[in-house]
Design a protein around this ligand. Structure first.
Ligand code: PLP
Length: 394
């Protein structure tokens, strides 16, 4: 065989990711002491694992057989419907699709709804993974603002202005990460109306739906599941519902006006069939895992409440730092003195306090003056006092 000069294979343009380290990542890499990570939101790294009882179910002997079902095994989809029923909502198990994660479900929905360069409207601020999920499907993200002064209510006028002929879906994170806002009933209706009038689907990410801080105010919608005013896909999964991301099980609950729903669902079924990504043992164990969620959810709620109380105690002495009001979720947004950029604040906290926090831009907060902290870490109460005191110094 004759060898010729090697040519480097061309890689796709869509994977031309920015891989260089930012200021914060460099500060973390250079740190010479153990750091307390207040960006950690993986419950299994925060001492919040539910223990063996739940995982024991994964050893079901039927797991030895492989009988794939595109949208997920009927008993597993029934378990998802039972989960919603226990929350007072009727969901048809025939309109549930299982995936390996919510992130994968997003990819499937973008494939279902969008051609190359079609657009999905996404809230700002919000969870940072969307940019990657959309890029990987050649989908364009168009931001719509949430109004900070109105507890991050959707700016409906701006949302409507952002719709163009290439828009295919409105994405709602409910409650939003990191703002923790649940939609008001009137807001949900307005979103559905807009979606329907413009021929758009609603994609509603409810991974934090079980984590309201106390009773939800009467004007807030607990879930979009079961609502059929527009073609709606509600997403959730075990990574937040039982704090076990490693089980790799998420779901889509589809609902909407008859013909639109049927057409979309039959195509979604083909997409799911192409991947068959959910493992059999987790499907067999799903019922028991969801039925036993109260224990781990109680632990997570208690941790969030304790850390929130520690945060509020620390803030009481320092009025120049504030926590933005929220309805739920696992994070808090801090409004901090604008004496330096958020990234510089985060870098300083690593250097001086040995603590990692997220600068606001990470969640697309639209101006400087915000840091975001996770409320899951065990060490939170021991470090938050000095962190707030340092921020208050400016
Ligand atoms: C709002 C939101 N949606 C989805 C996910 C991803 O969930 P999954 O593990 O199911 O992909 C996260 C993870 O933090 C999240 O914050």
């Amino acid at each position: 065989m004759l060898w010729c000069t090697a040519m480097t294979p061309k890689l796709s343009d869509r994977t031309r990711f920015r891989l260089e380290h930012n200021l914060l990542a460099r500060a973390v890499a250079d740190a010479r002491r153990p750091l307390v990570d207040l960006t950690e939101s993986n419950p299994t790294r925060c001492g919040l694992s539910p223990g063996g009882e739940m995982l024991g179910e994964l050893a079901h002997p039927r797991g030895a057989r492989y009988e794939p079902v595109a949208i997920g095994m009927p008993e597993a989809r029934g378990a998802v419907a039972a989960y919603y029923e226990s929350r007072g909502v009727q969901v048809d198990p025939e309109r549930v699709v299982l995936s390996a994660s919510t992130s994968e479900a997003y990819g499937w929905l973008f494939k279902l709804l969008c051609d190359r360069d079609d657009a999905v409207l996404v809230p700002q601020p919000s969870y940072p993974l969307f940019e990657y999920l959309a890029t990987l499907e050649d989908v364009r993200l168009a931001p719509y603002p949430l109004l900070r002064e109105e507890r991050f209510r959707v700016d409906l006028a701006a949302l409507e202005r952002a719709i163009d002929e290439r828009t295919r879906a409105i994405l709602v994170v409910h409650p939003n990460n990191p703002t923790g806002t649940f939609a008001r009933f009137d807001e949900a209706e307005a979103l559905e109306h807009l979606a329907r009038r413009n021929g758009l689907a609603l994609i509603v990410d409810e991974v934090f739906g079980d984590y309201a801080w106390g009773a939800l105010p009467g004007d807030r919608l607990p879930t979009f599941a079961g609502r059929a005013n527009a073609l709606t896909f509600v997403l959730s999964g075990l990574s937040k519902v039982v704090g076990l991301p490693q089980l790799k099980l998420g779901w889509i609950v589809a609902n909407g006006p008859g013909t639109a729903l049927e057409a979309a669902f039959s195509r979604l079924e083909v997409i799911a069939d192409t991947y068959l990504s959910v493992a059999t043992p987790i499907q067999l164990a799903l019922r028991a895992i969801l039925d036993n969620r109260a224990g781990v959810q109680g632990q997570i709620r208690a941790r969030v409440a304790d850390n929130l109380a520690a945060l509020d105690r620390a803030l009481a002495d320092h009025p120049s730092v504030r926590r933005l009001p929220s309805d739920g979720g696992w994070s808090a947004i801090l409004e901090v003195p604008r004496t330096r950029a958020d990234e510089a604040w985060a870098e300083l906290l690593v250097r001086e306090e040995g603590v990692i926090v997220h600068p606001g831009w990470f969640f697309e907060l639209d101006r400087e003056g915000y840091l975001v902290v996770s409320l899951l870490p065990e060490a939170f109460p021991s470090v938050i006092g000095p962190v707030i005191a340092r921020l208050a110094e400016g």
